[in-house]
Design a protein around this ligand. Sequence first.
Ligand SMILES: [Ca+2]
Length: 124
Amino acid sequence: MKGILRRGIIGMTGVGLACASMMAIASPAHASYDELYVKSGSTILGKCILYGDYDVAKVADWRQDGIGVYGRYKLRSGTIVDVNDPDGAGGNDGYKNWQGTGNHVVAFECVARDGHSSGWLYIT
Ligand SMILES: [Ca+2]
């Protein structure tokens, strides 16, 4: 009786592990969300986001001040791509998608065209 109970518990643990590994396969391999703000003092000039599997970029200029904001995204291939939002807080966010290209972002920074920068964030 004791032996059967113990086997039952061990069996359940095995099922639990199988479920956990199946869930890991079902979910995206590198689901990500990282954001950077570019600021002038305490004023936020814009925001740059990386999401998807480190392969979707979105850039938003927060202030209609005549100065655009761009995200500078460095890809695994070594190519650097600037994703631009010209100016203003309107709905024209910069957007770039590398899904299905086999490429993804390894580092990015958020830059205002007056020279302010968030500094680089390296994806590890
Ligand atoms: Ca602006």
